[in-house]
Design a protein around this ligand. Structure first.
Ligand SMILES: Cc1ncc(C[n+]2csc(CCOP(=O)(O)OP(=O)(O)O)c2C)c(N)n1
Ligand SMILES: [Mg+2]
Length: 887
C-alpha cells in the first residue's frame, strides 16, 4: 500500500482538527504527549509504526515563532554585499596573471549570510568578561572572513593582495592555519572532517575547564561550520553521539547544505538535509532546518492541498541544484508546473519573482531565527541545516553548476551582473580593476560594522599566542627516577607513570595536568589514578562501581582529572588538542599527557597530529608499548617500528625514544620548561616500553646530551690494541642489546666499545641540518659542528647503531657520522613471538650488533674477514635466511 495515500480525508481532517484544538488550548507539549501516546498505543497493539527521525521538508521554525531580526537589514545587506565582492576580488586578483595560486569563490558565496549573521549578532569576542566564542570556519570559505576583517580595518589591502602568498609571512594563508597566521586563525579546518570532530571535543573541554575551576567558560559557545559534502567523512559524524550524551548545549553545528561538493551533487538522488536530520536527531541533537526563505512563507501557507509540501518532498537534490542553475521560467515549468495545484500557487508571480524565492540559508531573517533558537537551546547540542545555493550570485560563471567549486575566474560581463545584483557601488570602468571596496570611516556602514563587533566584545577571529608562564618543577623533583633502581626491574612505562604521579601532586601545576587515555589505563599501569584523581564526568557517578570495595576502584567524578575517552583514538587525540591549546583558546594552560598504544597513534590519527602542529599545540603524546620487538605478543597490527618516522615529519613535534627512567625524567622536565615556562610552540612525542629491567643512575652531566639526543653512556677502556675499537649507538630497549654487544666484543674479540645512548635520532638530525645549513650560507666563517659530529669526531672506529625502529630512523644522521656507519633496525611487518626470537628475527639483537661491528672493522682492515665469519658461525646465524622485510 502506498504509505501516504489518504483513504479517508474526512477522518484525517477530524484528527487534525482535534490536534489543533489541543494545540490552541493546552499547547505543543500536551500535543506532543498525545501523539506519543497514540504511537505507543498502536505499537502495543502490534501495529508496525516504524521510527522516523525525519520531519517534513520545511523550516523547523514556523514564521510566527521566529525571533525577529533586530538589525538594520538594509545596511547589513550593503555590508554583506561588500564582503561578497571583496571575497571574490581576493581570488580574482590573486589569479589575474596566472592561475597558479587558486582559491575558492563559490563556497563562501553560498555561506555569506551564515557567517554574517553570526558576526553581526551572535559571536562574542574574547575580553575581560567573556572568554569568547570559538568559530570553526569552513576552510575554503576563508576569503570571506578576510574580506570582513578588511572592512573592519584588521587587514590591509596589501595583505589581501598577498592571498595565498605566505612565504615571507605577510600574505594571507590559503586556509585557516594558526601556524601561518598565529594572531588570527584559531582552528585549522581544511582537512575535511577534522573540524567537526575537534569542535565537539573542544566544547566538551570547555566544560572540563569549568568543572575543574581552571577557567570560567559558561556562556561560551563553539560554532562549527562545515560543508554538506564534508559530512561524508567518517570523522564528521563520528563523535555526534558523544556531543548529545554530554549535553553540549554550548555547541552549534552549521552545515552549509548547498547540495554540492567538488565534483557534483552531494546526494543527487536523495536529500542530504533529510539524511543528516535523521542522523543527528537519532543521535539526540536539536536539529533546526532552514530550507526556505521568507518569500516561501506565504506560498506554504496557501498550500491548502498539501501539494506544495509533497512536491518539495518529492524533488531530489539533483533537481534542486538544476533549478538554481537555470532561471525563474525554468523553475515555473519544471518545479511548480508539475502539479496544477502548485502551478496555480505561482500563477500571479512573475518569473523574476519566482527566481527571487530564496533558499533559507540566504535569508537573514531565517538564519537569525535559527541562530537565536540555537543559542537559547538547553540540554542538547544544536545542528542547523541551512539550505543554500553554491556559487550564489555567480550567475552563468558558476551558480549551482557542477564546475563552480573550482571556478577561479569571472569574466567582466558576469562581474557586472554580480555588481548589479548586489548593488555594489562601482562603475563599469572601476570594475575592470577589480578594486577592493571599503566603507570610509564615519560612514553609516563602517559605524554599524564596528558598533556590532564592539557590542559583541571585540573582533573575531583572534588568536592568543601567549598565556601565563607556569612555574614548573626542577629536575630534582624526579630524584627517584634519576637514581639507579638497585635490583628492581621496571619498565620505562612505570617510570613515566611515576613521573606523572609526581606531576599530578605538584603544588604549582598539579591541577593543570590532564591525563588522557583511550581505554588502555590498565595496559599502562595507570588504573591507580582512577580513584586518586577521578575520571571526569559531568554527572559524577550515578552508580556504585562494581569494584567499590577495592582500593583502586573505578571512580567517575564531576571534578575528575582524567579523560577516559573509550576506544576512540581520534576522540582522545581531539581532547588532547583541546587541552594542548587551552593556553590559547582559554588563557588557561593545561598540560595534557595522552597515553596510548604507539601503533594507534601517528599511524591512526596522523592527520590530527599534523593539525595539532598547525595549532601550536603544547603537550605530551606518550606512545606506550612501543618498539617492534618490545611489545612482543601482540603481533603485526600492534608492534610499532615506525611511529618515530611519522612523528619526525611534523616540524614542531619533538620526539624521544628513551631507554632509562632518568632519560624520561630529563625529557619530560625539559619539555615542561620549553612548553609551559618558555611558552615555545612545540609538542612532545615520547615512546615508552613495557620491558622490565634494571635502570642505572644518571651519568654525571648527561642532561644536555639527553636533550640534544645523544650522550656518552659508557666509555670503553682507554687502551686498546691498534684500531680495535667501535662506536656503538642505540635507543630504547635495543640500547640494552648494544650494551650487551659491547661486552661480547670485549670478551670474545678483544674489541673496545664506546656506548652512546641516543634518545632522539630525530632531534640529532634537526640539529645537524641546522649546522649544515649555517655552514652552507657562511662559507667564510668557522665551520659549525653538529652534535653528532661533536660527539663522534676524534673517536676511533666505525659506528654501528641499533634501534627497535626501521633502519631509516637511525639512518637520519648518516651524513654527519664520521667514518663507516652501519644501521640495524626492524624493517618489515611485526609478528608475535618471544622478545629474544623477535630480536634475532629482525636482526637487532646483541649478536647482530657484534657481527655488524666486526664486519665494519674488517672493511676498515682492522681485523680479518675470517673473524666475521667465525662470529656468524659462533652465533649460529643462518646466512641463507630471507631478509625480515620480505617475509
Ligand atoms: C580530507 C580532505 N579531502 C578532500 C579535500 C578536498 N576538498 C576541498 S573542498 C572539497 C569539497 C567540499 O564540499 P563541501 O563540503 O560540500 O563544501 P562546499 O564547498 O560545498 O561548501 C574537497 C573535496 C579536503 N580539503 N580534505
Ligand atoms: Mg557543499
Amino acid at each position: 500500500m502506498e504509505r501516504n495515500r489518504d483513504l479517508d480525508p474526512v477522518e484525517t481532517q477530524e484528527w487534525l482538527d482535534s490536534l489543533d484544538g489541543v494545540l490552541d488550548v493546552d499547547g505543543p507539549e500536551r500535543a506532543h504527549y498525545l501523539i506519543e501516546q497514540v504511537i505507543d498505543g498502536a505499537r502495543k497493539k502490534g501495529a508496525p509504526v516504524p521510527y522516523s527521525a525525519n520531519t517534513a521538508y520545511l523550516n523547523t521554525i514556523l514564521p510566527q515563532n521566529q525571533d525577529p531580526h533586530p538589525g538594520d537589514r538594509a545596511i547589513e545587506h550593503r555590508i554583506r554585499s561588500a564582503i561578497r565582492w571583496n571575497a571574490i576580488a581576493i581570488i580574482l586578483r590573486a589569479n589575474k596573471d596566472s592561475s597558479e595560486l587558486g582559491g575558492h569563490i563559490a563556497s563562501f558565496q553560498s555561506a555569506a549570510t551564515l557567517y554574517d549573521t553570526g558576526f553581526m549578532h551572535f559571536w562574542r569576542g574574547a575580553n575581560a568578561d567573556h572568554g569568547g566564542d570559538l568559530i570553526y570556519v569552513q576552510g575554503h570559505s576563508s576569503p570571506g572572513v578576510y574580506a570582513r576583517a578588511f572592512l573592519e580595518g584588521r587587514l590591509t589591502e596589501e595583505q589581501l593582495l598577498g592571498f595565498r602568498q605566505e612565504v615571507g609571512g605577510k600574505g594571507l594563508s590559503s586556509y585557516p592555519h594558526p601556524w601561518l597566521m598565529p594572531d588570527f586563525w584559531q582552528f585549522p579546518t581544511v582537512s575535511m572532517g577534522l573540524g567537526p570532530l575537534m569542535a565537539i571535543y573542544q566544547a566538551r573541554f570547555l566544560r572540563y575547564l569549568h568543572h575543574r575551576d581552571l577557567a570560567k567558560t559558561d556562556g561560551r559557545k563553539v560554532w562549527a561550520f562545515m560543508g554538506d559534502g564534508e559530512m561524508d567523512e567518517p570523522e564528521s559524524l563520528g563523535a555526534i553521539a558523544l556531543a548529545a550524551r554530554e549535553k553540549l548545549d554550548n555547541l552549534v553545528f552549521v552545515i552549509n547544505c548547498n547540495l554540492q561538493r567538488l565534483d557534483g551533487p552531494v546526494r543527487g538522488n536523495g536529500k542530504i538535509v533529510q539524511e543528516l536530520e535523521a542522523d543527528f536527531r537519532g543521535a539526540g541533537w536539536n536539529v533546526i532546518k532552514v530550507l526556505w526563505g521568507s518569500g516561501w512563507d506565504a506560498l506554504i501557507q496557501r498550500d491548502t492541498t498539501g501539494m506544495l509540501a509533497r512536491l518539495m518532498e518529492e524533488c531530489v537534490d539533483g533537481e534542486y541544484q538544476d533549478f538554481k542553475s537555470k532561471n525563474g521560467a525554468y523553475i515555473r515549468e519544471h518545479f511548480f508546473g508539475r502539479y496544477p495545484e502548485t502551478a496555480a500557487l505561482v500563477a500571479d508571480m512573475s518569473d523574476d519573482d519566482i527566481w527571487r524565492l530564496t533558499r533559507g540559508g540566504h535569508d537573514p531573517r531565517k538564519v537569525f531565527a535559527a541562530y537565536s533558537a540555537a543559542s537559547k537551546h538547553k540540554g542538547q547540542p544544536t545542528l542547523i541545516l541551512a539550505k543554500t545555493v553554491k556559487g550564489y550570485g555567480m550567475g552563468e560563471s558558476g551558480e549551482a553548476q557542477n564546475i563552480t567549486h573550482q571556478q577561479k575566474k569571472m569574466g567582466e560581463a558576469v562581474l557586472r551582473q554580480f555588481r548589479d545584483r548586489f548593488e555594489i557601488d562601482l562603475t563599469d570602468d572601476q570594475l575592470k580593476e577589480i578594486p577592493f571596496i571599503r566603507f570610509p570611516e564615519g560612514s553609516p556602514e563602517h559605524r554599524y560594522l564596528m558598533a556590532r563587533r564592539e557590542a559583541l566584545g571585540g573582533p573575531l577571529p583572534l588568536r592568543r599566542s601567549k598565556s601565563k608562564a607556569l612555574e614548573i618543577p626542577p629536575l630534582s623533583a624526579f630524584s627517584a627516577q634519576l637514581k639507579e633502581t638497585a635490583g628492581r626491574e621496571i619498565s620505562t612505562t612505570m617510570a613515566f607513570v611515576r613521573i606523572l604521579n609526581t606531576l599530578l601532586r605538584d603544588k604549582n601545576i598539579g591541577n593543570r595536568i590532564v591525563p588522557i587515555v583511550p581505554d588502555e589505563s590498565r595496559t599502562f599501569g595507570m588504573e591507580g589514578m582512577f580513584r586518586q584523581f577521578g575520571i571526569f564526568s559531568q554527572v559524577g557517578q550515578l552508580y556504585r562501581p562494581e569494584d567499590a570495595n577495592q582500593l583502586m576502584y573505578y571512580k567517575e567524578d564531576k571534578n575528575g582529572q582524567m579523560l577516559q575517552e573509550g576506544i576512540n583514538e581520534p576522540g582522545a587525540m581531539s581532547s588532547w588538542i583541546a587541552a594542548a591549546t587551552s593556553y590559547s583558546h582559554s588563557d588557561a594552560p593545561t598540560i595534557p599527557f595522552y597515553v596510548y598504544y604507539s601503533m594507534f597513534g601517528f599511524q591512526r590519527v596522523g592527520d590530527l597530529a599534523w593539525a595539532a602542529g598547525d595549532m601550536r599545540a603544547r603537550g605530551f603524546l606518550i606512545g606506550g608499548t612501543a618498539g617492534r620487538t618490545t611489545l612482543n605478543g601482540e603481533g603485526l597490527q600492534h608492534e610499532d617500528g615506525h611511529s618515530h618516522l611519522i612523528s619526525s615529519t611534523i616540524p614542531n613535534c619533538v620526539s624521544y625514544d628513551p631507554t632509562f627512567s632518568y632519560e624520561v625524567a630529563v625529557i619530560v622536565q625539559d619539555g615542561l620548561r620549553r612548553m609551559y615556562a618558555e611558552q615555545e610552540d612545540v609538542f612532545y612525542y615520547i615512546t615508552v616500553m613495557n620491558e622490565n629491567y634494571e635502570h642505572p643512575g644518571m651519568p654525571e652531566g648527561a642532561e644536555a646530551g639527553i636533550i640534544k639526543g645523544m650522550y656518552l653512556f659508557r666509555e670503553g677502556p682507554k687502551e686498546t690494541a691498534k684500531g680495535k675499537r667501535v662506536q656503538l649507538l642505540g635507543s630504547g630497549t635495543i640500547l640494552r642489546e648494544v650494551i650487551a654487544a659491547a661486552e661480547l666484543l670485549e670478551q670474545d674479540f678483544g674489541i673496545a666499545s664506546d656506548i652512546w645512548s641516543c634518545p632522539s635520532f630525530t632531534e640529532l638530525r634537526r640539529d645537524a641540518m641546522a649546522a649544515e645549513r649555517w655552514n652552507l650560507l657562511h662559507p667564510l666563517e668557522g665551520r659549525r659542528l653538529s652534535h653528532v659530529e661533536t660527539c663522534l669526531t676524534g673517536r676511533t672506529g666505525p659506528v654501528v647503531a641499533a634501534t627497535d625502529y626501521m633502519r631509516l630512523f637511525a639512518d637520519q644522521i648518516r651524513t654527519w657520522v664520521p667514518g663507516r656507519y652501519r644501521v640495524l633496525g626492524t624493517d618489515g611487518f611485526g609478528r608475535s613471538d618471544y622478545r629474544a626470537r623477535l630480536r634475532d628475527f629482525f636482526e637487532v639483537n646483541r649478536h647482530w650488533v657484534v657481527v655488524a661491528a666486526l664486519h665494519s672493522l674488517a672493511e676498515d682492515g682492522v681485523i680479518p674477514a675470517q673473524t666475521v665469519a667465525d662470529a656468524i658461525a659462533k652465533y649460529g646465524i643462518d646466512t641463507d635466511r630471507p631478509a625480515p622485510w620480505t617475509v
